[in-house]
Design a binder for this molecule. Structure first.
Ligand code: APR
Length: 239
């Protein structure tokens, strides 16, 4: 794999695979999250309206697991934080993940296009608040001073991902696009590789196994993120 030494702007799309070795379940792998849940019951606005408690429980369980002592950033998250701090150009992470492992590893320039487990927002004012504990029907919203107006700050199926304009902007100017640990099953994230290519970017897919999108990439780095991402970062920093 050749990494030119004139790369200026790197965009990295991450998916559940980068957090798998930190102990966080992916969605579509063997015994993944979607195996034990009906997606539309726990990840859609209709599902939330029909059974808010089921949805609150689903995200409360994931939020508590994320904060447990056995979940921490892994070598892949840390390598991306090193890249951001040492690379002379820009490094933007667009993550589909709702965990905070990129931030805990030291990355700052992170776009959470599918929201964040440690946030909630008011249905009335759309104001976003941090949350570490349980969110329930009786959690009082500090802008409305009443219960029943808060939901997890997560983008559900059928909803528009966050910061799409900013994402379009960084894809337009990127000259290296790297996809890490995503199946490429969900749009618009699955279309980012072709957008980046249309603007002349070199594209690399890092995954533990080839995906249905693999042939769209200039090259593949196949293996666990914790070994392949640190290797890739070294190649980029020492071309
Ligand atoms: N290293 C690298 N890749 C891995 C590893 C690993 N250790 N373990 C799993 N993977 C890869 C799998 O091969 C798979 O391609 O991670 C990918 C996980 O795919 P999904 O479970 O579909 O997760 P993701 O692509 O992030 O899903 C996208 O779908 O359900 C929605 O909102 C949800 O953000 C999510 C979106």
């Amino acid at each position: 794999m050749i990494i030119p030494n004139n790369i200026q702007n790197i965009v990295i799309l991450t998916g559940a695979g980068i957090s798998a070795e930190s102990g966080i379940k992916t969605f579509r792998d063997q015994n993944g999250l979607w195996e034990n849940h009906d997606i539309m019951e726990v990840a859609s606005l209709d599902g939330f309206k029909k059974n808010p408690n089921l949805v609150f429980d689903f995200y409360n369980a994931r939020r508590s697991q994320l904060q447990s002592e056995n979940v921490a950033p892994n070598e892949a998250h840390k390598a991306l934080a090193t890249l951001e701090s040492k690379f002379k150009g820009t490094v933007t992470i667009i993550t589909q993940n709702v965990d905070d492992l990129h931030e805990r590893a030291g990355s700052h320039n992170v776009i959470h296009m599918h929201g964040e487990l440690l946030k909630m927002h008011c249905l009335k004012s759309l104001k976003v608040y941090s949350i570490k504990g349980k969110l329930t029907q009786s959690t009082i919203c500090s802008c409305c001073r009443q219960a029943g107006n808060l939901r997890p700050h997560i983008v559900w199926f059928g909803e528009v991902p966050y910061q799409i304009d900013k994402i379009d902007e960084v894809l337009k100017s990127c000259d290296l696009f790297i996809s890490i640990g995503t199946s490429g099953e969900v749009y618009p994230a699955a279309a980012f590789v072709s957008e980046a290519k249309n603007h002349g970017a070199i594209t690399i897919e890092q995954n533990i196994t080839p995906t249905k999108q693999s042939r769209q990439f200039d090259s593949q780095l196949t293996g666990p993120s914790t070994t392949e991402v640190p290797r890739l970062v070294k190649m980029i920093l020492n071309p």
